[in-house]
Design a binder for this molecule. Sequence first.
Ligand SMILES: [Zn+2]
Length: 118
Amino acid sequence: MRKTLPKSVVIGGRRIKVVWKKMTDCWGEYSHDSRSIVLSTRLQGPEKNKAAWETLIHECFHACIAMAGLDHVLGDDTEEAVVRCLEHLFLPAIEDLNPPKGYTNGIEKKAGKGKSKK
Ligand SMILES: [Zn+2]
């Protein structure tokens, strides 16, 4: 597992900031207006790294849903159920499959050193 969380993530070609904030009512949230994922400072610290990553990924799914416009049709409860399905069922399956990097572009990145000559 990566040691530190990123300061941003690119979803759908858009850079989403990852910021920390004191939050007492939840662990994280995605704001489509500010294009940011806010994580609770309660998740900071090496012992909470796994929970911080889980929350970041959870909020990335919310960002995907918002960018697709699905948040307008799903409703909060259904959206949360979809996010948890992806988080707890789909993601572990993908992690287990470990597909080659770049498979979503139809381009399999070559293993090895050096850059592509394109
Ligand atoms: Zn959620």
